[in-house]
Design a protein. Structure first.
Length: 235
């Protein structure tokens, strides 16, 4: 999980069968509002094929709540944003106006948990135990970077070496592509903590959305509450 590792970025970010392929923006803001639930009014959806496809995706109550909160408060500050639902191993991508761009399955850290171990970004992979391979929860300002091979990745948190990138398939025994393709999220825990997405989703959705500007990534907790992570008491 250390930054110089082969799957992580050598350059820091710019600062300021079944994976469902909904990788084209056609539903508009109404679809984002529809996802948010009854708390927001939604226009009739005008893209039946996309509506039918999204209806088959299990969107958790927490993902709906965070989507609604972002849209109601403009917490994304006019930036593109991603919502990573760890419990259901799925990512939702939105443009700066809150229009749904697409959704895809994800691979996550092997270990459950919501807080990265201290200093994890400065440690070699060999020094990270299986119990420390955590995808942390929180709100992150994310920017594009490159790994040592010159390939694009999205830095979620540079200090903790947390990134989102196309699925890594160099270790055949890990069966990462096959894990992404299954219907269940129970086999999606395999990474060192980074978020792996289908290569096409990264190429067609993530990279264009974050090209030239940063964005926001919301990673939902699995042990802590939404209030602890996103709505802490003031003062």
């Amino acid at each position: 999980m250390t930054r110089p590792a082969s799957v992580l970025a050598a350059t820091p970010p710019r600062r300021p069968a079944r994976p469902l392929r909904l990788w084209a923006a056609s539903a508009g803001l109404a679809f984002g509002l529809a996802l948010a639930g009854p708390g927001l009014a939604a226009e009739p959806v005008t893209a039946p094929s996309l509506a039918d496809a999204l209806a088959s995706v299990e969107v958790s109550a927490d993902a709906r709540r965070i989507t609604a909160w972002v849209l109601e408060t403009a917490d994304n500050q006019g930036l593109p944003f991603l919502i990573v639902d760890k419990t259901h191993a799925r990512v939702l991508a939105y443009d700066p106006a809150g229009r749904l761009l697409g959704t895809a399955p994800v691979l996550l850290g092997l270990a459950e948990g919501d807080i990265s171990p201290p200093g994890i970004g400065d440690r070699p992979l060999s020094a990270i135990t299986p119990a420390e391979r955590i995808t942390p929860a929180g709100r992150f300002i994310a920017s594009l970077g490159q790994n040592l091979a010159g390939k694009s990745i999205l830095w979620i948190d540079y200090e903790s070496a947390l990134s989102l990138h196309p699925v890594v398939t160099t270790r055949a025994g890990e069966r990462r592509a096959q894990r992404l393709a299954t219907d269940t999220p129970t086999d999606n825990r395999i990474s060192w903590g980074c978020v792996n997405v289908p290569a096409e989703f990264y190429r067609d959705i993530v990279h264009p959305a974050f090209d030239g500007a940063p964005g926001v990534v919301y990673i939902l907790p699995e042990h802590r509450s939404l209030a602890e992570v996103f709505f802490p008491p003031a003062g």
